[in-house]
Ligand binder design. Structure first.
Ligand code: PLP
Length: 396
Protein backbone atom coordinates (compact mmCIF):
# COMPACT_ATOMS: atom_id res chain seq x y z
CA UNK A 1 0.00 0.00 0.00
CA UNK A 2 1.13 3.53 -0.70
CA UNK A 3 -0.70 6.79 -0.15
CA UNK A 4 1.03 8.26 -3.16
CA UNK A 5 -1.40 6.70 -5.65
CA UNK A 6 -3.93 9.23 -6.89
CA UNK A 7 -3.26 12.49 -8.67
CA UNK A 8 0.44 13.30 -8.30
CA UNK A 9 1.52 16.85 -7.58
CA UNK A 10 4.80 18.06 -9.07
CA UNK A 11 5.65 20.95 -6.72
CA UNK A 12 9.03 21.82 -8.24
CA UNK A 13 10.03 25.31 -9.38
CA UNK A 14 9.30 24.67 -13.04
CA UNK A 15 7.84 23.20 -15.06
CA UNK A 16 4.94 24.37 -12.93
CA UNK A 17 1.44 22.92 -12.82
CA UNK A 18 -0.34 23.37 -16.14
CA UNK A 19 -4.06 24.13 -15.93
CA UNK A 20 -6.27 21.47 -17.51
CA UNK A 21 -7.73 24.22 -19.70
CA UNK A 22 -4.26 24.98 -21.07
CA UNK A 23 -3.62 21.32 -21.84
CA UNK A 24 -7.04 20.89 -23.42
CA UNK A 25 -6.51 23.93 -25.64
CA UNK A 26 -3.40 22.24 -27.02
CA UNK A 27 -5.12 18.96 -27.83
CA UNK A 28 -6.21 19.69 -31.37
CA UNK A 29 -5.03 19.43 -34.98
CA UNK A 30 -2.47 21.90 -36.31
CA UNK A 31 -3.84 25.13 -37.80
CA UNK A 32 -2.79 26.89 -40.99
CA UNK A 33 0.53 28.48 -40.08
CA UNK A 34 0.37 31.29 -42.68
CA UNK A 35 -2.99 32.99 -42.23
CA UNK A 36 -6.24 32.96 -40.32
CA UNK A 37 -6.89 31.90 -36.75
CA UNK A 38 -3.29 31.42 -35.62
CA UNK A 39 -2.15 34.77 -37.00
CA UNK A 40 -5.09 36.54 -35.35
CA UNK A 41 -4.41 34.77 -32.07
CA UNK A 42 -0.74 35.79 -31.94
CA UNK A 43 -1.83 39.40 -32.44
CA UNK A 44 -3.82 39.08 -29.19
CA UNK A 45 -1.04 37.28 -27.29
CA UNK A 46 1.53 40.04 -27.72
CA UNK A 47 -0.39 42.77 -25.81
CA UNK A 48 -1.23 40.34 -23.03
CA UNK A 49 2.43 39.35 -22.64
CA UNK A 50 3.24 43.04 -22.33
CA UNK A 51 0.49 43.48 -19.74
CA UNK A 52 2.04 40.78 -17.53
CA UNK A 53 5.40 42.61 -17.60
CA UNK A 54 3.86 46.09 -17.29
CA UNK A 55 5.49 47.40 -20.43
CA UNK A 56 4.46 49.21 -23.57
CA UNK A 57 7.72 48.32 -25.33
CA UNK A 58 8.56 45.17 -27.33
CA UNK A 59 8.43 41.42 -26.75
CA UNK A 60 10.12 38.87 -29.03
CA UNK A 61 8.97 35.24 -28.87
CA UNK A 62 11.29 32.28 -29.31
CA UNK A 63 10.93 28.52 -29.43
CA UNK A 64 13.34 27.71 -26.62
CA UNK A 65 13.76 27.29 -22.89
CA UNK A 66 15.22 29.78 -20.43
CA UNK A 67 18.79 29.20 -21.52
CA UNK A 68 17.77 30.17 -25.05
CA UNK A 69 16.52 33.58 -24.00
CA UNK A 70 19.63 34.10 -21.85
CA UNK A 71 21.60 33.78 -25.07
CA UNK A 72 19.14 35.79 -27.16
CA UNK A 73 19.24 38.73 -24.73
CA UNK A 74 23.04 38.78 -24.70
CA UNK A 75 23.46 38.43 -28.46
CA UNK A 76 21.09 41.28 -29.26
CA UNK A 77 22.74 43.76 -26.90
CA UNK A 78 26.51 43.12 -26.82
CA UNK A 79 29.60 42.72 -28.95
CA UNK A 80 32.68 40.56 -28.40
CA UNK A 81 34.93 42.33 -25.91
CA UNK A 82 32.14 44.41 -24.35
CA UNK A 83 32.10 44.31 -20.60
CA UNK A 84 29.12 43.41 -18.37
CA UNK A 85 28.65 43.34 -14.61
CA UNK A 86 27.14 40.00 -13.52
CA UNK A 87 25.37 39.94 -10.15
CA UNK A 88 25.23 36.50 -8.55
CA UNK A 89 22.77 35.43 -5.88
CA UNK A 90 22.72 31.76 -6.79
CA UNK A 91 23.16 29.29 -9.61
CA UNK A 92 21.12 31.15 -12.23
CA UNK A 93 22.81 34.53 -11.92
CA UNK A 94 26.12 32.74 -12.21
CA UNK A 95 24.96 30.68 -15.17
CA UNK A 96 23.86 33.71 -17.14
CA UNK A 97 27.16 35.49 -16.50
CA UNK A 98 29.09 32.37 -17.49
CA UNK A 99 27.16 32.23 -20.75
CA UNK A 100 28.16 35.84 -21.43
CA UNK A 101 31.81 34.93 -20.79
CA UNK A 102 31.50 31.93 -23.12
CA UNK A 103 30.16 34.26 -25.84
CA UNK A 104 33.31 36.40 -25.62
CA UNK A 105 31.89 39.14 -23.41
CA UNK A 106 34.18 40.33 -20.62
CA UNK A 107 32.47 39.68 -17.28
CA UNK A 108 33.07 41.48 -14.01
CA UNK A 109 31.52 39.45 -11.19
CA UNK A 110 29.88 40.56 -7.97
CA UNK A 111 28.97 37.47 -5.94
CA UNK A 112 26.65 37.86 -2.96
CA UNK A 113 26.60 34.18 -1.98
CA UNK A 114 23.58 31.93 -1.69
CA UNK A 115 21.62 33.61 1.08
CA UNK A 116 21.81 37.35 0.43
CA UNK A 117 20.32 39.59 -2.16
CA UNK A 118 22.33 42.02 -4.29
CA UNK A 119 23.92 44.73 -2.16
CA UNK A 120 23.17 47.82 -4.21
CA UNK A 121 25.86 49.82 -2.34
CA UNK A 122 28.51 47.52 -3.82
CA UNK A 123 26.99 47.90 -7.28
CA UNK A 124 27.04 51.68 -6.83
CA UNK A 125 30.78 51.52 -5.96
CA UNK A 126 31.59 49.55 -9.09
CA UNK A 127 29.58 51.92 -11.28
CA UNK A 128 31.18 55.00 -9.71
CA UNK A 129 34.65 53.55 -10.37
CA UNK A 130 33.77 52.90 -14.03
CA UNK A 131 34.22 56.50 -15.15
CA UNK A 132 35.03 55.42 -18.71
CA UNK A 133 31.67 53.62 -18.91
CA UNK A 134 33.25 50.37 -20.05
CA UNK A 135 30.43 48.39 -18.42
CA UNK A 136 27.74 48.08 -21.08
CA UNK A 137 25.18 46.11 -19.09
CA UNK A 138 24.22 44.76 -15.70
CA UNK A 139 22.99 41.15 -15.66
CA UNK A 140 20.74 40.30 -12.72
CA UNK A 141 17.99 37.87 -11.81
CA UNK A 142 14.90 39.20 -10.10
CA UNK A 143 14.57 35.83 -8.36
CA UNK A 144 17.31 33.23 -8.29
CA UNK A 145 15.36 29.98 -8.34
CA UNK A 146 18.26 28.02 -6.87
CA UNK A 147 18.34 30.06 -3.65
CA UNK A 148 14.89 31.74 -3.72
CA UNK A 149 16.60 35.10 -3.17
CA UNK A 150 14.67 38.08 -4.61
CA UNK A 151 16.61 41.13 -5.73
CA UNK A 152 15.74 44.82 -5.62
CA UNK A 153 15.38 45.71 -9.29
CA UNK A 154 14.26 49.35 -8.80
CA UNK A 155 17.26 49.72 -6.47
CA UNK A 156 19.57 48.71 -9.32
CA UNK A 157 17.97 51.26 -11.63
CA UNK A 158 18.52 53.89 -8.92
CA UNK A 159 22.23 52.92 -8.79
CA UNK A 160 22.58 53.47 -12.53
CA UNK A 161 20.69 56.76 -12.45
CA UNK A 162 22.59 58.14 -9.47
CA UNK A 163 25.91 57.28 -11.12
CA UNK A 164 24.70 58.74 -14.43
CA UNK A 165 25.84 55.44 -15.91
CA UNK A 166 24.47 54.43 -19.33
CA UNK A 167 24.76 50.62 -18.90
CA UNK A 168 21.66 48.61 -19.80
CA UNK A 169 19.77 46.84 -17.02
CA UNK A 170 18.96 43.23 -17.98
CA UNK A 171 16.76 41.13 -15.68
CA UNK A 172 16.07 37.38 -15.71
CA UNK A 173 12.46 36.94 -14.58
CA UNK A 174 12.07 33.33 -15.67
CA UNK A 175 11.16 32.17 -12.16
CA UNK A 176 8.81 34.86 -11.06
CA UNK A 177 6.99 36.75 -13.82
CA UNK A 178 3.31 36.76 -12.88
CA UNK A 179 4.16 35.75 -9.28
CA UNK A 180 6.30 38.52 -7.78
CA UNK A 181 5.52 42.14 -8.58
CA UNK A 182 7.42 43.41 -11.60
CA UNK A 183 7.03 46.73 -13.46
CA UNK A 184 9.33 46.76 -16.47
CA UNK A 185 8.75 50.37 -17.53
CA UNK A 186 8.31 52.01 -14.13
CA UNK A 187 11.37 50.22 -12.79
CA UNK A 188 13.48 51.19 -15.81
CA UNK A 189 14.42 47.70 -16.95
CA UNK A 190 15.86 47.67 -20.47
CA UNK A 191 15.75 43.94 -21.20
CA UNK A 192 13.71 41.29 -19.38
CA UNK A 193 13.58 37.61 -20.19
CA UNK A 194 11.15 34.91 -19.19
CA UNK A 195 9.91 31.48 -20.20
CA UNK A 196 6.58 29.74 -20.63
CA UNK A 197 6.96 27.06 -17.98
CA UNK A 198 6.81 28.81 -14.64
CA UNK A 199 4.47 31.69 -13.80
CA UNK A 200 3.01 31.53 -17.31
CA UNK A 201 1.61 27.99 -16.68
CA UNK A 202 2.40 26.69 -20.19
CA UNK A 203 4.66 23.74 -21.11
CA UNK A 204 8.40 24.40 -21.40
CA UNK A 205 9.35 25.41 -24.92
CA UNK A 206 8.70 29.10 -25.38
CA UNK A 207 10.95 31.96 -24.29
CA UNK A 208 10.31 35.72 -24.32
CA UNK A 209 12.72 38.63 -24.56
CA UNK A 210 11.26 42.00 -23.67
CA UNK A 211 13.23 45.10 -24.66
CA UNK A 212 12.85 48.85 -24.86
CA UNK A 213 14.16 51.29 -27.46
CA UNK A 214 17.45 51.89 -25.60
CA UNK A 215 18.12 48.17 -25.80
CA UNK A 216 17.15 48.14 -29.46
CA UNK A 217 19.68 50.90 -30.11
CA UNK A 218 22.28 48.58 -28.57
CA UNK A 219 21.02 45.85 -30.93
CA UNK A 220 22.01 48.17 -33.79
CA UNK A 221 25.63 48.02 -32.60
CA UNK A 222 25.79 44.43 -31.30
CA UNK A 223 28.12 42.21 -33.31
CA UNK A 224 27.07 38.99 -31.54
CA UNK A 225 23.62 38.94 -33.09
CA UNK A 226 22.86 36.10 -35.53
CA UNK A 227 19.92 35.77 -37.90
CA UNK A 228 18.03 33.19 -35.85
CA UNK A 229 18.30 35.03 -32.53
CA UNK A 230 17.79 38.56 -33.94
CA UNK A 231 14.86 40.05 -32.09
CA UNK A 232 13.92 42.61 -34.77
CA UNK A 233 12.02 40.35 -37.22
CA UNK A 234 10.31 38.77 -34.23
CA UNK A 235 8.59 42.00 -33.25
CA UNK A 236 7.93 43.43 -36.68
CA UNK A 237 7.91 40.60 -39.20
CA UNK A 238 7.29 41.39 -42.85
CA UNK A 239 5.19 38.25 -42.94
CA UNK A 240 3.88 35.99 -40.19
CA UNK A 241 6.23 33.07 -40.86
CA UNK A 242 9.15 35.28 -39.81
CA UNK A 243 7.66 35.94 -36.37
CA UNK A 244 9.22 32.69 -35.23
CA UNK A 245 11.94 32.47 -37.89
CA UNK A 246 10.05 29.46 -39.27
CA UNK A 247 7.12 27.35 -38.18
CA UNK A 248 5.27 28.80 -35.21
CA UNK A 249 4.99 26.76 -31.98
CA UNK A 250 1.33 26.29 -32.82
CA UNK A 251 0.24 24.23 -29.84
CA UNK A 252 2.21 26.17 -27.26
CA UNK A 253 0.47 29.26 -28.59
CA UNK A 254 -2.98 27.74 -28.07
CA UNK A 255 -1.97 26.86 -24.53
CA UNK A 256 -0.43 30.26 -23.87
CA UNK A 257 -3.55 32.02 -25.14
CA UNK A 258 -5.64 30.29 -22.46
CA UNK A 259 -3.00 30.81 -19.74
CA UNK A 260 -2.99 34.54 -20.51
CA UNK A 261 -6.81 34.58 -20.46
CA UNK A 262 -6.65 33.16 -16.96
CA UNK A 263 -3.83 35.38 -15.69
CA UNK A 264 -4.53 38.72 -17.37
CA UNK A 265 -8.27 38.74 -18.03
CA UNK A 266 -9.87 36.45 -15.44
CA UNK A 267 -7.73 36.76 -12.31
CA UNK A 268 -5.78 39.94 -13.09
CA UNK A 269 -2.02 40.27 -12.71
CA UNK A 270 -2.19 42.17 -9.42
CA UNK A 271 -4.55 39.62 -7.87
CA UNK A 272 -2.15 36.88 -8.98
CA UNK A 273 0.74 38.67 -7.23
CA UNK A 274 -1.43 38.90 -4.11
CA UNK A 275 -2.40 35.21 -4.28
CA UNK A 276 1.26 34.24 -4.53
CA UNK A 277 2.11 36.53 -1.62
CA UNK A 278 -0.49 34.95 0.67
CA UNK A 279 0.44 31.38 -0.29
CA UNK A 280 4.12 32.17 0.25
CA UNK A 281 3.32 33.69 3.63
CA UNK A 282 1.47 30.50 4.63
CA UNK A 283 4.53 28.44 3.67
CA UNK A 284 7.01 30.69 5.46
CA UNK A 285 4.85 30.83 8.57
CA UNK A 286 4.76 27.03 8.80
CA UNK A 287 8.52 26.82 8.24
CA UNK A 288 9.21 29.39 10.93
CA UNK A 289 7.01 27.63 13.49
CA UNK A 290 8.56 24.24 12.69
CA UNK A 291 11.97 25.84 13.12
CA UNK A 292 11.14 27.01 16.65
CA UNK A 293 11.69 23.46 17.90
CA UNK A 294 13.84 21.89 15.21
CA UNK A 295 16.37 22.44 12.44
CA UNK A 296 14.00 23.81 9.75
CA UNK A 297 15.21 27.11 8.25
CA UNK A 298 14.17 28.97 5.09
CA UNK A 299 17.38 29.69 3.15
CA UNK A 300 16.69 33.42 3.10
CA UNK A 301 16.25 34.92 6.58
CA UNK A 302 14.40 38.13 5.78
CA UNK A 303 10.92 37.73 4.32
CA UNK A 304 11.15 40.77 2.04
CA UNK A 305 14.15 39.21 0.31
CA UNK A 306 12.28 35.97 -0.49
CA UNK A 307 10.41 35.21 -3.67
CA UNK A 308 6.69 34.48 -3.67
CA UNK A 309 7.31 31.83 -6.35
CA UNK A 310 9.81 29.40 -4.82
CA UNK A 311 11.30 28.65 -1.39
CA UNK A 312 14.56 26.86 -0.65
CA UNK A 313 14.46 25.25 2.79
CA UNK A 314 17.13 23.68 4.99
CA UNK A 315 15.53 20.88 7.04
CA UNK A 316 18.72 19.87 8.85
CA UNK A 317 21.42 17.27 8.09
CA UNK A 318 20.27 14.84 5.39
CA UNK A 319 16.63 15.72 6.01
CA UNK A 320 15.94 17.50 2.74
CA UNK A 321 16.67 14.30 0.84
CA UNK A 322 14.78 12.11 3.34
CA UNK A 323 11.73 14.35 3.21
CA UNK A 324 11.76 14.53 -0.59
CA UNK A 325 11.84 10.74 -0.78
CA UNK A 326 9.17 10.37 1.87
CA UNK A 327 6.87 12.88 0.14
CA UNK A 328 7.28 11.27 -3.25
CA UNK A 329 6.84 7.65 -2.18
CA UNK A 330 4.31 7.99 0.63
CA UNK A 331 2.36 11.12 -0.16
CA UNK A 332 2.25 11.82 -3.92
CA UNK A 333 4.18 15.10 -4.00
CA UNK A 334 7.49 15.66 -5.78
CA UNK A 335 9.52 18.55 -4.38
CA UNK A 336 12.46 20.33 -5.96
CA UNK A 337 16.06 19.25 -5.51
CA UNK A 338 18.68 21.78 -4.48
CA UNK A 339 20.87 22.85 -7.38
CA UNK A 340 24.57 22.18 -7.80
CA UNK A 341 26.85 24.36 -5.72
CA UNK A 342 25.03 24.01 -2.39
CA UNK A 343 27.42 22.94 0.34
CA UNK A 344 25.28 20.22 1.95
CA UNK A 345 22.71 19.53 -0.76
CA UNK A 346 20.99 16.69 1.12
CA UNK A 347 19.89 19.12 3.82
CA UNK A 348 17.74 21.09 1.38
CA UNK A 349 14.63 20.93 -0.76
CA UNK A 350 12.81 23.53 -2.83
CA UNK A 351 9.08 24.11 -2.85
CA UNK A 352 7.75 25.51 -6.12
CA UNK A 353 4.68 27.69 -5.50
CA UNK A 354 4.43 29.47 -8.86
CA UNK A 355 1.61 29.75 -11.34
CA UNK A 356 -1.49 27.54 -11.13
CA UNK A 357 -1.30 26.99 -7.36
CA UNK A 358 -4.00 27.57 -4.76
CA UNK A 359 -4.63 27.23 -1.04
CA UNK A 360 -5.42 23.50 -0.96
CA UNK A 361 -2.30 22.66 -2.97
CA UNK A 362 0.03 24.63 -0.72
CA UNK A 363 -1.70 23.40 2.44
CA UNK A 364 -1.48 19.84 1.13
CA UNK A 365 2.28 20.19 0.67
CA UNK A 366 2.70 21.67 4.15
CA UNK A 367 0.60 18.94 5.77
CA UNK A 368 2.72 16.34 4.00
CA UNK A 369 5.93 17.95 5.20
CA UNK A 370 4.68 18.03 8.77
CA UNK A 371 3.55 14.39 8.53
CA UNK A 372 6.89 13.49 6.98
CA UNK A 373 8.80 15.19 9.79
CA UNK A 374 6.75 13.21 12.32
CA UNK A 375 7.29 9.95 10.44
CA UNK A 376 11.03 10.57 10.09
CA UNK A 377 11.36 11.87 13.65
CA UNK A 378 12.68 15.26 12.56
CA UNK A 379 12.06 17.62 15.48
CA UNK A 380 9.71 20.49 14.68
CA UNK A 381 7.43 23.02 16.32
CA UNK A 382 4.10 21.14 16.33
CA UNK A 383 1.76 23.98 15.36
CA UNK A 384 3.19 24.91 11.93
CA UNK A 385 0.03 23.83 10.10
CA UNK A 386 -2.24 25.74 12.47
CA UNK A 387 -0.16 28.86 11.95
CA UNK A 388 -0.36 28.47 8.16
CA UNK A 389 -4.13 27.94 8.37
CA UNK A 390 -4.42 31.20 10.26
CA UNK A 391 -2.67 32.99 7.37
CA UNK A 392 -5.14 31.46 4.92
CA UNK A 393 -8.13 32.23 7.13
CA UNK A 394 -7.18 35.85 7.56
CA UNK A 395 -6.45 36.45 3.87
CA UNK A 396 -9.41 34.56 2.36
C1 PLP B 1 14.24 28.14 -14.70
C2 PLP B 1 15.19 29.27 -14.75
C3 PLP B 1 16.20 29.38 -15.73
C4 PLP B 1 16.48 28.30 -16.73
O1 PLP B 1 15.41 27.98 -17.53
P1 PLP B 1 15.51 26.69 -18.46
O2 PLP B 1 14.18 26.65 -19.10
O3 PLP B 1 15.77 25.52 -17.54
O4 PLP B 1 16.61 26.89 -19.41
C5 PLP B 1 16.99 30.49 -15.72
N1 PLP B 1 16.84 31.47 -14.82
C6 PLP B 1 15.91 31.39 -13.85
C7 PLP B 1 15.80 32.49 -12.86
C8 PLP B 1 15.06 30.29 -13.78
O5 PLP B 1 14.14 30.21 -12.83
Amino acid sequence: MTLSNGRHYLAIPGPSVMPDRVLQAMHRPAPNIYRGELVDMVATIVPDLKAVARTRHHVAMYICNGHGVWEAALMNTFSRGDKVLALCTGRFGTGWGQMAADLGIEVEWLDFGYQSDVDTARVAEVLAADTAHRIKGILTVQVDTSTSVKNDIPGLRACLDEAGHPALLLSDNIACLGCDEFQMDDWGVDVMITGSQKGLMTPPGMGFVYFNDRADAARGRADLVTPYWDWRPRVDPDYFYRYFCGTAPTHHLYGLRVALDMLVHEEGVEAAWRRHAVLAEAIWTALEVWGQAGPTRPNVTEREKRSNAVTLVNFGPGNGLRLRDWMEHNYGVTLGIPLEGMENPDDYLRIGHMGHVNGQMVMGVLAGLQAGMSALQIPHGPTGMEAAMKVIAEAA
